[in-house]
Design a protein around this ligand. Sequence first.
Ligand SMILES: C[S@@+](CC[C@H](N)C(=O)[O-])C[C@H]1O[C@@H](n2cnc3c(N)ncnc32)[C@H](O)[C@@H]1O
Length: 207
Amino acid sequence: MSIAAAYNIWANQYDTNKNRTRDLDKISTIETLTKYDFTRVLELGCGTGKNTSWLLEKADEIIGLDFSEEMLLKAKAKINDKRVIFKRADLTENWDVKNNYVDLITASLTLEHIKDLHHIFNQAHLKLKKNGLFFISELHSFKQYAGSKARYETENGTQELEVYVHHISEYLDAAKSNGFKLIEIEEWFDDAVKKELPRLISFVFKK
Ligand SMILES: C[S@@+](CC[C@H](N)C(=O)[O-])C[C@H]1O[C@@H](n2cnc3c(N)ncnc32)[C@H](O)[C@@H]1O
C-alpha cells in the first residue's frame, strides 16, 4: 500500500489511538519552539493538524503541506482560521511556496517516509528567509535501528508503513551541504531516568 493510501486509512484514528510517538512529538515541538519567535510557518506533513493549533498561537500565517487527502480533511475540520492554508502536495516534488517566504519550517514524524533528505533540505533552504529556522522532530535513528516504524492496527492486523532509516549523520550532512547551521539537537525519552532508547530526535537548523 502506498504511504498516502495508508495515511488515508489511518486518518480516522490518528488523533485518538494510543500513540506515544505522536504524543511525545507534541511535547518536543512545544518545548523546543516556545523559545523562538516566528510569524510565517511552513509545516511539512502537517497531517491532521496536531501541531498546527499550537503553532497558530504564535504565527500570523501557516501553510500546511501533506499528500494524504483524508489527513488534510481532519486538519481542515479541526482548524478553520483565515491564517492557515492546508494544501495537498507531495514533498518529494518541488514545493509550490514562494522562495524566501517563511521564517520557520517544521517537519514532525514525516521524514521517516522520505528517502532523499537532500531534496527536503534543498527546498527548505529555498523557502526560508535568511536566518529562518528548520525544526525537525523524528523517530530517533536508534529506534529505527531497533525496528520501530510508523504503524497502526486494523481489523485485519497491523498495517506497517513504508519507511526509510535515517542516520543522525544523514540529517547533519544534508543540512550542512544545503547551507544550514545546527543550532540545537535534543533526544526525547519516554522515561525520566533515560534507561530506554530515546524515542525521538529533534534538530533546529538555521539558514
Ligand atoms: C506521522 S504523520 C505526522 C503528522 C503530523 N506532522 C503530526 O506530527 O502529527 C506523517 C504525515 O506525513 C505525510 N507525508 C508522508 N510522506 C509525505 C510526502 N512525500 N508528501 C507529503 N506528505 C507526506 C503523511 O500523509 C502524514 O500525514
